[in-house]
Design a protein around this ligand. Structure first.
Ligand code: TMP
Length: 235
C-alpha cells in the first residue's frame, strides 16, 4: 500500500476505517532541517514503543491523544486528525536553538517553562512564530493558541514528573496537535527521543537525538536506555 503521507521519520497509511490511519515509524533520522541524514537500525521500533508508552501514560493522566491501538513493532493505529500547522515547543532549561539565539549557557534552568510556537514548514525550516503570526496566517485562532499553550504546560508537568521517576530530566520537547472530527484538539505525532531532550538526572548524559546532532555516538544505545527505564517505571 502507498503511504498517503511520508514525513522525515514516519509514514501514514489509510485503513479500512476512514477515521483511522496507520502510522509507521521509520529508521531514518534527520537533523538541522534535513541537512544531516542517517539511518539507525531499530529507531522506528524504539520510537514507536516509547511513543505508545508515553501516550498510554498521558491518557491515564487525562491528556487526550490520537492513539487508537498498537499494531506491531513499528506501527500504531491513530485517529485521523487535521494536524495544526503550529508546532509547540516547551523548554525547562536552555539548550539547542535557545542557546544559539541567546548565548545562554546550556543547562541553565528556567524559573518558569518557556512555550514557543513554530510554523510547521520544512521548506521554511520551521520558523519561530507567535500567536499574532498564527492568527494572520490562518493556521490557528487566538483561542486555539491559548489552548495549545495551556495544554502544552499540562503535558510538560505530566511528562516531566514521569521522566523524573525514570531518572531522566526533560530539558525541552516539541509536540504537535490535531483536530479530530468533532473539532477537539488532541496530542498527535510522536513523543520520543527524536522530539524530546532527555538528560540522565544524575550524570547529565544526553540520551536523545542530540547524540546524533552533536556526533556523540551511541545514539540507539541512548534510545534503548530510555525505553528500558520507561518500561521499568510502568512495571
Ligand atoms: P531546538 O532547540 O532545536 O529548537 O529544539 C527544541 C526541541 O524540539 C528539542 O527537544 C528537539 C525538538 N525538535 C523537534 O522535535 N523537531 C524539530 O524539527 C526541531 C528543530 C526540534
Amino acid at each position: 500500500m502507498e503511504p498517503i503521507y511520508e514525513g522525515k521519520a514516519k509514514k501514514l497509511f489509510t485503513t479500512d476505517d476512514p477515521e483511522v490511519l496507520r502510522m509507521e515509524y521509520k529508521d531514518d533520522a534527520t537533523a538541522f532541517n534535513a541537512q544531516k541524514k542517517a539511518k539507525f537500525e531499530n529507531k522506528g521500533r524504539l520510537n514507536k514503543a516509547i511513543t505508545l508508552l508515553m501516550y498510554q501514560m498521558m491518557e491515564e493522566k487525562g491528556v487526550p491523544t490520537h492513539l487508537v491501538s498498537d499494531v506491531d513493532e513499528v506501527n500504531l493505529l491513530v485517529k485521523k486528525v487535521d494536524i495544526l500547522m503550529v508546532e509547540v515547543i516547551v523548554r525547562n532549561s536552555a539548550a539547542g536553538s535557545f542557546c544559539k539565539r541567546t548565548a545562554m549557557e546550556e543547562g541553565t534552568e528556567f524559573k518558569i517553562p518557556i512555550v514557543e510556537f513554530s510554523y510547521k514548514s520544512d521548506e521554511l525550516g520551521d520558523p519561530l512564530i507567535n500567536e499574532d503570526y498564527a492568527r494572520e496566517m490562518n493556521i490557528a485562532s487566538p483561542e486555539d493558541c491559548a489552548f495549545l499553550k495551556k495544554q502544552a504546560l499540562v503535558i510538560n508537568d505530566v511528562m516531566s514528573a514521569f521522566f523524573l521517576q525514570c531518572g531522566l530530566k526533560l530539558v525541552d520537547f516539541k509536540i504537535e496537535f490535531g483536530k479530530d472530527c468533532n473539532g477537539k484538539i488532541v496530542l498527535a505525532d510522536e513523543v520520543s527521543p527524536d522530539t524530546c531532550r532527555l538528560w540522565d538526572a544524575t550524570t547529565g548524559k544526553k540520551m536523545d537525538k542530540d547524540r546524533f546532532r552533536e556526533d556523540l555516538g551511541g545514539v540507539m544505545e541512548g534510545y534503548e536506555e530510555v525505553l528500558a527505564r520507561l518500561e521499568k517505571a510502568r512495571g
